[in-house]
Design a protein around this ligand. Structure first.
Ligand SMILES: CC(C)(COP(=O)(O)OP(=O)(O)OC[C@H]1O[C@@H](n2cnc3c(N)ncnc32)[C@H](O)[C@@H]1OP(=O)(O)O)[C@@H](O)C(=O)NCCC(=O)NCCS
Length: 195
């Protein structure tokens, strides 16, 4: 592992890393993974959190957790604004892929911010489009708008949710769902891991 990329040495450093991510990503009240969540992750798998700390100062962080037995979820990735574009984000991502392999994971999964979509494509991740409508039993409205293969769908919890296997980033399709159905959309990214 790169010497300047390590797990937090203690809980204080974990808190510093979390606050660093919060300052950049600006978590709102609905953010699903809070500091307590990562304290639990850290107590079981310290290496699921990695810091880039070249000279004592945190310059970048990545946070992961188990999605399921075979899949590692990357929850947050952030590099300080002054250090972007130098390969640090890509390095944090590839170090976490190594961690995932050590934990026998077969796949990495994450939900991206729109500004980071190209970054994940360049790092070998495959996009799928997540489309969500308010209300149950509206799956047909989503699937009838496009012939894109459906890789997952679910309804019953007050929402209708579909993941479409778009293979590439298709902004036009995404805009269609937003404009025609008022849908919430986001690209999800997957990478299959091989030794
Ligand atoms: C996305 C991010 C982690 C990339 O980190 P990084 O250290 O700049 O990554 P790399 O140097 O390995 O790759 C940089 C590439 O990412 C792209 N990029 C994506 N978002 C960027 C941003 N906000 N600022 C600068 N570059 C960004 C650049 O275009 C650059 O592409 P290039 O190499 O063709 O010029 C970093 O830009 C960041 O922290 N952004 C804000 C938070 C965020 O979006 N996190 C991801 C959440 S899903």
């Amino acid at each position: 592992m790169d010497e300047s990329i390590t797990p937090p040495q203690n809980i204080q450093e974990l808190e510093t890393a979390y606050n660093f991510a919060d300052n950049i990503l600006k978590f709102d009240a609905t953010h699903p993974r809070n500091l307590q969540f990562y304290k639990n992750v850290y107590s079981q798998n310290p290496e699921y959190i990695l810091l880039f700390k070249p000279a004592g100062e945190v310059g970048g962080v990545i946070f992961a957790s188990d999605k399921d037995r075979g899949t590692l979820l990357i929850g947050e990735l952030a590099v300080s604004e002054t250090m972007r574009g130098r390969g640090i984000g890509s390095k944090l991502l590839s170090e976490m892929e190594e961690v995932a392999l050590k934990h026998d994971k077969k796949e990495i999964f994450l939900a991206a911010l729109e500004t980071a979509e190209k970054f994940y494509i360049r790092n070998g991740y495959f996009p799928k489009l997540y489309v969500q409508l308010d209300g149950n039993n509206r799956l047909d409205e989503i699937t009838s708008l496009s012939a894109t293969p459906v890789s997952w769908k679910n309804t019953g919890d007050g929402f209708s949710k579909v993941v479409l296997d778009t293979v590439k980033i298709d902004k036009e399709l995404q805009k269609n769902f937003e404009d025609k159905l008022g849908a919430h959309t986001q690209y999800l990214f997957f990478k299959a891991l091989t030794l």
